[in-house]
Ligand binder design. Structure first.
Ligand code: ADP
Length: 274
């Protein structure tokens, strides 16, 4: 643990020697091996769902997992995991994340609001600072993977996260109609410009499976994601159908009970970070 923390801190420090680099050190008591941000061009494409599924699947594989919910526009991680009513514990200088029934650690902007449906009226820099504090002040302890659920687009908060937290990579979530979206390309270019590895693209809400005959129906026509991923030289990491069961599990806060694993390729890409 000590070695790894030293590695991480020296990593952040050595990167900090670059004059354009603003990476900050994580909490002294945290030992986080890999940090992966999940991004999307716009809201509602299933970014929080993908973040949650990756967390659940990696936890099932025996890894220690945390999720940092930085999506102020729709902080849905606590709801998906059914921990909306819990609050992080504060001891001295440190904040301890909320833990789910399966010991997955969660920190969310939602926990700081009086009630989960309070409107968020903070401005970008303030939110950016809150997210930075989730990195510096939250005692994550030992984690194999910390997933960051980012706000959609390329605003202040994604920029702050990209600049200040040492990311091992990003996963881009898109919906089939989203491909040509300029915002996806902007996010992609932002990551590239900042030398953050792009682990790949996941396509969500790609198709439906007929509940009667099991036939797969490509509601948006044949997907072009794979082809475009190839053209952009990004790995294609799988697709998730529109799945009523998943929607219900999210609504009930029971995502940890999910049976389907649509993200095997993505999991492999994450494991290859080791
Ligand atoms: P984002 O984080 O991109 O804003 P969410 O992950 O919060 O999007 O998803 C938006 C809504 O769509 C949620 O209610 C979620 O449960 C639902 N949803 C997302 N992906 C799927 C899917 N593959 N099947 C069914 N419902 C989905």
């Amino acid at each position: 643990m000590e070695q790894s923390r030293q590695k991480e801190n020296s990593n952040a420090n050595s990167k900090n020697n670059d004059k354009n680099n603003f990476l900050i050190k994580g909490n002294e008591l945290s030992d986080i091996k890999h940090v992966v941000a999940v991004i999307s061009g716009k809201g509602g494409v299933g970014k929080s769902l993908v973040t949650s599924l990756l967390g659940v699947m990696m936890k099932r594989k025996g890894y220690k997992v945390g999720i940092l919910d930085a999506d102020i526009t729709g902080p849905s991680i606590p709801k998906i995991f059914g921990v909306n009513e819990l609050r992080p514990q504060v001891f001295g200088e440190g904040i301890f994340p909320v833990e789910t029934g399966n010991d997955l650690k969660i920190m969310s902007i939602n926990f700081l609001l009086d009630s989960p449906d309070s409107p968020v009226i903070w401005r970008g820099p303030l939110i950016g600072n809150a997210v930075k504090q989730f990195w510096t002040d939250v005692v994550w302890n030992e984690l194999d993977y910390l997933f960051i659920d980012m706000p959609p687009g390329t605003g202040d908060v994604p920029l702050t996260v990209f600049q200040s937290i040492p990311l091992d990579g990003i996963v881009i979530v898109i919906s089939p109609q989203d491909l040509v979206s300029l915002i996806v390309k902007k996010s992609f270019n932002m990551a590239r410009t900042m030398n953050i590895p792009i682990l790949g693209i996941v396509e969500n809400m790609s198709y439906i499976v007929c509940p009667k005959c099991g036939e797969r129906i490509d509601v948006f026509g044949e997907s072009k994601t794979e082809k475009i991923a190839k053209e952009m030289n990004i790995p294609f990491l799988g697709r998730i159908p529109i799945d009523k069961n998943i929607a219900e599990l999210c609504d009930r806060g029971e995502i940890e009970k999910v049976n389907e694993n649509y993200l095997e390729m993505c999991i492999k890409a994450l494991e290859s970070l080791y």
